[in-house]
Design a protein around this ligand. Structure first.
Ligand SMILES: [Zn+2]
Length: 69
């Protein structure tokens, strides 16, 4: 967590290429919008932000997996 006395770090706009890890801080946790069905994620928006540093990112989905199709 940042406190108000710390300088705001520069954010890198990482949107456009789906990623599993933030290139800015290395975090693999993202803040996204999602909907749930039967206790599991049913759908999610692809735009999100890194939970560690706040950089805007594009999160992956199954269609992005090059080995899936
Ligand atoms: Zn980050």
């Amino acid at each position: 967590m940042r406190d108000s006395a710390s300088p705001t770090p520069a954010l890198i706009d990482q949107r456009g290429v789906p990623t599993h890890q933030c290139v800015c801080c290395g975090s693999t946790i993202f803040v996204i919008r999602a909907s749930f069905e039967d206790y599991d994620i049913a759908a999610w928006f692809l735009e999100g932000e890194c939970a560690g540093c706040g950089c805007p990112v594009t999160v992956p989905c199954p269609a992005d997996d090059p080995e899936r199709f």
